[in-house]
Ligand binder design. Structure first.
Ligand SMILES: *Cc1c(COP(=O)(O)O)cnc(C)c1O
Length: 356
């Protein structure tokens, strides 16, 4: 049976990328060696790394005064790397769910944390807006897309202080104005690569703003100065990342991917709103295009398990909602094809007919 992969992360990658990765494990770019057994200091691998960086810059339209580096440890490591580097006295955080809560907890080890706004009052079903950003903060921290609750910032924030953003689950899903951010980072396993590589994009002026003496591997300057090669970088995930970026470019670039993502999200949200058995959980204006959360509508709660089994029989994978939200979550990342969303919509329609 054909499977439709809606996993939240690690998640779906394009078939051509998987094929290239499989081939490289046997014979890396014609070297006669496996990608898994080469030195990361070979010219062949350095070319892969450099191409991944330059494609990242090209696709996201990253200006020249920014560096892009790749490192292990996941987004969770950046939760403490960011305040370790940049929190001298006081930082502002917007609390939009589990991932910002974790980031706030880590930041408190390094300085004062002001939670400028929070959507906890409504179980993080919306993005707080219109909050004040004091000019004396070292930085403002946000999570651009809340993977668990399906909420997303639709506009880049105007801030008087540097903005640090976790974009783990919506990086390269839509165009952004990179100049509005001082640092953008994320685990690449949601939208770009297998688990194991984290991307970090740092504006040049931040390099002088490191506030304390740090272990070598914690300092952003280490990774920039050594071009992601201070130690052994995650060779295989970086290779797959490059393949994904090549695929994105071949598809027509970020604008094309963005329009496709908008189309997929609209199809699924339209069905959630139309179908009497389901309802969305996130505030409409803040709905994520990447992680689409829904539950059974009032009076139909008891059909949840039946729908899960029904969808599974039709090849849907990974649509169980996070335990903090319940219900269902379809993650429609870049590599999730339109036909997968069509199949899910059809499945919801058939299920409705069964219960009419
Ligand atoms: C998954 C996720 C994380 C955690 O990423 P790891 O790489 O597993 O540490 C952090 N932030 C967001 C928004 C995520 O979706």
């Amino acid at each position: 049976m054909k499977k439709y992969n809606f996993n939240a992360g690690p998640s779906v990658l394009p078939d051509v990328v998987l094929e290239a990765a499989a081939k490289a494990i046997i014979d890396f770019d014609g070297t006669g060696l496996s990608l898994l057994s080469i030195s990361h200091r070979t010219p062949e691998f350095e070319a892969v790394l450099n191409e991944a960086q330059s494609l990242f810059k090209e696709l996201l339209n990253i200006p020249d005064n920014y560096s892009v580096y790749f490192v292990g440890g996941g987004a969770s490591t950046q939760f403490f790397h960011m305040p370790a580097n940049f929190l001298g006295t006081k930082a502002g955080y917007v609390n939009t769910g589990v991932w910002t809560k974790k980031a706030i907890k880590e930041a408190k080890r390094y300085g004062e944390v002001k939670v400028l706004a929070s959507s906890e009052d409504k179980n993080f079903t919306y993005i707080p807006k219109g909050f004040d950003i004091p000019a004396d903060l070292d930085y403002l921290y946000i999570c651009a897309n809340n993977t668990i609750y399906g909420t997303e910032y639709k506009a880049d924030i105007n801030s008087p202080v540097p903005v640090i953003a976790d974009m783990s689950s919506n990086i390269l899903s839509r165009p952004i104005d990179v100049t509005k951010y001082a640092v953008i980072y994320g685990g690449a396993q949601k939208n770009l690569a297998p688990a194991g590589v984290t991307f970090v994009i740092v504006r040049d002026d931040m390099r002088e703003k490191v506030v304390r003496e740090l272990p070598i591997m914690m300092n952003v300057n280490t990774h920039i100065e050594n071009n992601s090669m201070c130690n052994t970088p995650p060779v295989f995930p970086i290779y797959v990342l490059r393949e994904t970026l090549k695929w994105m470019k071949a598809e027509g670039g970020l604008q094309v991917i963005y329009e496709r993502n908008q189309k997929k999200a609209a199809m699924l949200y339209d069905e959630i709103d139309r179908n009497s058995l389901f309802k969305g959980t996130a505030e409409k204006e803040d709905r994520s295009a990447m992680n689409i959360c829904f539950v059974m509508s009032e009076g139909n709660e008891s059909l949840a398990d039946e729908f899960m089994a029904f969808a599974k029989d039709r090849g849907m994978v990974g649509i169980k909602g996070h335990r903090l939200v319940g219900g269902f979550r379809a993650s429609c990342y870049n590599a999730c094809p339109v036909e997968a969303v069509e199949a899910l919509v059809e499945c919801m329609q058939e299920f409705e007919k069964l219960h009419k």
